[in-house]
Design a protein around this ligand. Structure first.
Ligand code: CP
Ligand code: NVA
Length: 305
């Protein structure tokens, strides 16, 4: 049976921890012991939204694993002209060994996975960004050497990044506090699912509207853009209500003294984070970006069999 990687909840705690350990191994051995798991295999990388990190890290990752990456912009393939997801899935399944897709609604990825006979990895939807948060968990693990004895504070829009943090807290068993203003809260259903799942791992999830409450004692403080891709028409409203949620030195001073700052990037300096904090020693944003490569290689080794 093929296994897709559409959200972090698609794997159990042990499998996820193992993925991070494998990613750390792949990172160590990058130039000494090449892993050629995808030798002779082609992987389709479908993009319906822009990307720097996801595109480059998947193209490089597939290449380093000995495979051949096909960058498919929806502007150039028939999917962008209305060919159905169902037919696209069945056609690609006859050519390639795996698919990575970045798109809008999460249901599109689920439909693609349903009709593809090959495994599908989610490279961001409006609802989730599992590869990013796996890289973030890896980055936190490298710093604190634990999966569950940390507190993560996510400040800002209750978006795809926030939702994947919820899933990660549920599975890895750490403490997560999300602070979002009214009108930008994370999806209530996703919060409930994560809270239910967290009971099995000892994870603690709190959703508040107070950024200070969320940040107190946190080991990881993170945020994201105010308006995500596809939300451009709502950007002015969001900018107004999210302005008090800016992550800056003052807010960061409430976190643990060893706290790190994370951002999935791209960042809008002076909006969700100050340039001072972004450029400070506490900021690990480029380690996160690098770890996308390593963790996605581990996910591909596990998923594209
Ligand atoms: N963080 C992230 O997914 O970046 P890109 O949009 O550049 O891929
Ligand atoms: N929330 C952002 C993340 C970008 C990597 C977006 O969806 O645009």
């Amino acid at each position: 049976m093929k296994r897709d990687f559409l959200t972090i909840l698609d794997r159990d705690t042990e499998e996820l921890r193992q993925l991070i350990h494998n990613a750390i191994e792949l990172k160590k051995q990058r130039y000494t012991v090449p892993n050629k798991h995808l030798q002779g295999k082609s992987i389709a990388l479908i993009f319906e939204k822009s990307s720097t990190r996801t595109r480059v890290s998947f193209e490089v990752g597939v290449t380093e694993l000995g495979g051949y990456p096909l960058f498919l912009s929806s502007a150039d393939i028939q999917l962008g002209r209305g060919e159905s997801v169902k037919d696209t899935a069945r056609v690609l399944s006859r050519y390639v060994s795996g698919i990575m897709i970045r798109t809008y609604g999460h249901s599109k990825v689920e439909e693609l996975a349903k009709y593809a006979s090959i495994p599908v990895i989610n490279g961001l939807t409006d609802e989730f960004h599992p590869c990013q948060i796996m890289a973030d968990v890896m980055t936190a693990y490298e710093r604190f050497n634990t999966f569950d004895k940390i507190k993560v504070a996510y400040i800002g829009d209750g978006n795809n990044i926030a939702h994947s943090w919820l899933n990660a807290a549920a599975r890895f068993g750490f403490e997560l506090a999300i602070a979002s203003p009214v009108g930008c809260e994370p999806n209530k259903e996703f919060v409930k699912t994560a809270m239910d799942e967290a009971k099995k791992t000892g994870g603690k999830i709190v959703v508040t509207s107070d950024p200070k409450v969320a940040v107190i004692g946190a080991h990881v403080v993170t945020t994201d853009v105010w308006a995500s891709m596809g939300q451009e028409s709502d950007a002015a409203r969001k900018a107004e209500i999210l302005a008090p949620y800016q992550v800056n030195r003052g807010l960061m001073s409430l976190a643990s003294p060893e706290a790190i700052f994370m951002h999935c990037l791209p960042a809008h300096l002076g909006e969700e984070v100050t340039e001072e904090l972004f450029e400070s020693k506490a900021s690990v944003v480029f380690d996160e970006a690098e770890n996308r490569l390593h963790v996605q290689k581990a996910i591909m080794v596990d998923t594209y069999r």
